[in-house]
Design a binder for this molecule. Structure first.
Ligand code: CA
Length: 225
């Protein structure tokens, strides 16, 4: 599933803040500071949604949104857009001009509110919110919005597995990945199996009946969700 959010914003600090919140909610975030460059990138590889600032160098948000709506590619013509403006009066003007955005937000906005709107739009578009969210900043993992109670080693193993669903990891690989950002971890090859067993029990409480961590005989483990 495409979980990419494009953030078109020429204020680097605001763009980075929005990207952090989007990533913490389980999305992949790409930042563009220039309207024309953003349009090129969106055409090459359409994301799931665009957060679009109105005042931009190159091509402004209104022109960019109209270019998307007029695109021959139906994916781009229907791409969800959240337009961000600096003044509340601009929203009325944009509505009058039929700018074509799905939602409008005025600065300063709460990044939490923006993420809530992104989720609502994607839900309406038939894309469910990510089931499992790995928050690498807080080193927390949530399933359906509920944070799992994990030890640091369990976090390391599950974060590694969940970031690459479908890929088989050997015990040795999981051991290395679990130690990333946590060099003091004292885990043996065999102990990985015990940690996986505990992880399965915790995941099963959050996702009953879903066998999210599969054992691949002779190889290791794979995450399927
Ligand atoms: Ca701007």
């Amino acid at each position: 599933m495409n979980d990419r959010i494009a953030i078109v914003e020429d204020e680097p600090e605001l763009a980075a803040l929005v990207a952090d919140y989007a990533r913490a909610a389980g999305y992949t975030a790409d930042v563009f500071g220039d309207g024309a460059a953003a349009l090129d990138a969106l055409r090459r590889d359409p994301p799931a949604l665009v957060v679009l600032d109105l005042m931009l160098p190159g091509l402004d948000g209104l022109a960019l949104c109209r270019a998307l709506r007029a695109d021959a590619n139906p994916v781009l013509a229907g791409l969800p857009v959240v337009m961000v403006t600096a003044r509340v009066e601009e929203i009325d003007r944009l509505l009058g001009l039929d700018a074509g955005a799905d939602d409008y937000l005025c600065k300063p906005f709460s990044p939490r509110e923006l993420v809530a709107r992104i989720k609502a739009i994607l839900r309406r578009a038939g894309r469910p919110a990510p089931v499992i969210v790995v928050d690498t900043l807080a080193r927390r993992i949530a399933v359906h919005g509920k944070t799992l109670d994990l030890t640091p080693t369990e976090y390391g193993i599950l974060a590694a597995l969940a970031r690459r669903p479908g890929q088989v990891f050997s015990r040795a690989q999981l051991l290395d990945l679990a130690r990333e950002g946590n060099a003091s971890l004292d885990v043996t090859d065999r102990a990985i199996d015990t940690h996986v067993k505990n992880l399965r029990r915790k995941l099963d409480a959050a996702l009953p009946g879903v066998d999210a961590i599969r054992s691949i005989y002779g190889l290791g483990y794979r995450f399927d969700l």
